[in-house]
Design a protein around this ligand. Structure first.
Ligand code: BG6
Ligand code: MG
Length: 218
């Protein structure tokens, strides 16, 4: 059975994935590196450093230049999220969090972002979650299971009692590697490896997800 949920943040509860894209696009433009929305697909849910590596490809940069570019991208991102509010929660997000609270299911955020706490506070959902695992919690980024295992530990739950909600291929891989149930949000090409795949959280009923996962486990 399921006693805990772990939510990715960017692209699941809010569409900050778009702001990450815009910040990378600005950096790439400044550096004269070809980059576009389609290339950004490969960056969804990927850590800051790994994202930059994908953007620069085989171009040569010093460690100092790489650090500077990561910092610059983050400044652009921080600027873009300055005005986010509860208006930026994706449809169905608050309803699902409230249903989970009602059902006494624990809730954690499992985001690889160092900006996760700021975003959670601005979205106004800090008091709706029991634990936060973010970009400072573990060393190894998704698709390693570490971040979700850390989140489960914070909730005091075994991984097998937790379900992960994710919009990224790397995130579903991380959830599966952690031995957790997974709900993929988005197109099958992206999250098809998940136990349950849904387009997004809109209109989602916790009892329906629970039923789908229970059927799966028999
Ligand atoms: C993930 C995002 O949540 O966090 C990625 O999906 C991002 O796009 C990663 O690269 C790291 O975030 P940050 O804010 O620490 O650069
Ligand atoms: Mg995401």
């Amino acid at each position: 059975q399921i006693q805990g949920t772990i939510f990715d943040l960017d692209g699941v509860l809010t569409d900050t994935a778009e702001y990450h894209y815009q910040a990378w696009q600005r950096l790439a433009d400044e550096e004269g590196i070809p980059f576009n929305r389609q290339a950004n697909e490969a960056l969804r849910g990927v850590s800051r450093r790994a994202s930059l590596m994908l953007i620069i490809g085989n171009r040569r940069y010093s460690d100092a230049e790489i650090e500077e570019m990561m910092e610059r991208k983050n400044q652009y991102y921080v600027e873009l999220i300055k005005n986010i509010s509860s208006q930026d929660l994706l449809p169905g997000a608050v309803s699902l969090l409230d249903q989970l609270r009602q059902a006494q299911i624990k809730i954690a955020i499992g985001s690889g972002s160092k900006n996760a706490r700021t975003v959670i506070e601005r979205l106004g959902i800090a008091d709706k979650v029991d634990a936060i695992a973010d970009g400072y919690s573990v060393q190894k980024p998704k698709p390693a299971p570490d971040l979700f295992l850390f989140a489960a530990q914070q909730l005091g739950l075994a991984p097998s009692l937790c379900v992960v909600f994710e919009d990224a291929t790397a995130g579903i891989a991380a959830g599966l590697a952690a031995g957790m149930w997974t709900v993929g949000l988005g197109p099958g090409e992206r999250v098809g490896a998940a136990h349950v795949v849904l387009p997004n959280l809109a209109g989602i009923k916790w009892v329906d997800i629970r039923a789908k996962l229970t059927r799966y486990s028999r």
